[in-house]
Design a protein around this ligand. Structure first.
Ligand code: FAD
Ligand code: EPU
Length: 308
């Protein structure tokens, strides 16, 4: 194989189709602040994305759910820029009514917090339950990020998904989505989405955002990838209807708050968060994840994405 993208150059190079290619430490892109180097491809359009997907790759969003290995990655890491970071909130007249609206396309690389601020100012409702999640829209959709006030799939009309096999448009009805899961295969890239929103008022949307925000008051402020494990359901009869237990409460009851390995710690504020005290390694985080699994007698599903 040849071409500029294969070199481990310290400064950025431009690929055949114009993607920016640069070897960078992924700690720069993760909210945990951990991760070794990889070749990062920043793509602005479908031609650049197709070229980036022509060799083994991973797709990076806001880096807010990732624990990247200290030794870095051999695969390319794709970041969405250009047209995949553009926002068109203009209601589509053919699909909108006085109560509901469907927007134009919003890029998968658009940061969710800024998008929610814009929706609040317009008085557009349905996604405010996801306030405080430091994701990009594509990452939030890929794992159906949410809180008990709402989730990404509450406000989706349709999605464009790209993979090496091509690009397709689907609706939520085509996907087996659920709690923290979109049903979209790994490495199929959410390039953009159209939002399905309810017309409300800026004040009403803000009020609901404030309620969702309040539930986060007890979450840690240090660098973290959020909750480590998904909340488990219990098979026994006293919690019917698939209700979920707080994994954080289980870790708390197991006495794990404040447990440390190296420079990583189980947050004293909320026991399902692992925080970086400064200088933590991925190995420190992995050791804490093992400890958490060991100490709780319920099968747990990891929420963090471990790269590789
Ligand atoms: P990344 O972390 O970059 O990637 C996560 C996964 O998504 C990877 O597999 C990646 O390949 C994939 N991915 C990213 N972008 C795309 C794309 N465009 N197309 C396809 N796949 C993609 N999560 C919640 O659900 N609820 C919360 O309340 C919550 N609170 C948090 C609070 C804090 C302080 C932090 C740091 C995290 C929190 N999280 C929460 C976790 C995290 O924000 C979510 O998991 C979020 O959905 C991750 O999105 P991202 O864009 O950062 O993705
Ligand atoms: N609790 C404890 N100790 C703890 C943590 C929680 O006793 O260490 C108790 C709380 O006091 C409360 C209950 O457990 O009575 C539930 O706690 P919380 O409201 O914090 O909710 P959670 O179920 O622990 C979930 C999500 C969070 C989301 C919050 C707010 C999961 C895995 N976690 O946490 O999402 O922000 O609700 O809606 O679903 C994430 O997914 O990364 C995440 C941060």
């Amino acid at each position: 194989m040849s071409g500029p993208a294969q070199r481990s150059a310290p400064s950025p190079v431009v690929s055949q189709t114009g993607a920016r290619v640069e070897r960078q430490p992924l700690s720069r892109y993760t909210t945990l602040g951990v991760g070794g180097e990889a070749q990062v491809w920043t793509v602005a359009d479908h031609a650049q994305l197709a070229e980036a997907m022509s060799a083994p790759y991973r797709i990076l969003g806001g880096g807010s759910n990732l624990v990247v290995a200290d030794g870095g990655l051999s695969e390319r890491v794709i970041r969405l820029g250009g047209q995949f970071a553009a926002t068109d909130l203009t209601p589509d007249p053919a699909l909108s009514t006085p109560e509901q609206l469907v927007t134009g396309w919003v890029g998968g690389g658009v940061p969710l917090p800024g998008l929610l601020r814009r929706l609040q100012r317009l008085g557009y409702s349905n996604l405010e339950g996801t306030v405080g999640i430091p994701a990009q829209l594509g990452g939030a959709i890929w794992m159906n990020a949410g809180t008990r006030f709402g989730e990404a799939f509450d406000g989706l009309h349709s999605l464009e998904i790209a993979s090496p096999e091509g690009t397709r448009t689907v609706t939520p009805f085509d996907l087996p989505w659920g709690y923290r899961d979109s049903g979209i295969p790994r490495n199929h890239i959410v390039t953009r989405a159209r939002l399905k929103l309810r017309r409300s008022s800026p004040e009403a949307v803000q009020e609901r955002m404030d309620a969702a925000d309040l539930a986060r008051k007890g979450q840690p402020k240090n660098r973290t990838p959020g909750c480590a494990f998904k909340n488990p359901t219990l098979p026994n009869g006293d919690r019917p209807g698939g209700q979920r237990l707080s994994a954080g409460k289980l870790f708390d009851e197991a006495g794990l708050k404040g447990s440390r390995v190296g420079h990583a710690m189980i947050a004293p504020e909320h026991a399902n968060f692992i925080v970086n005290l400064g200088g933590a390694s991925a190995a420190d985080v992995h050791a804490l994840l093992d400890l958490m699994r060991e100490r709780v007698g319920v099968p747990l599903e990891l929420e963090y994405e471990l790269w590789p």
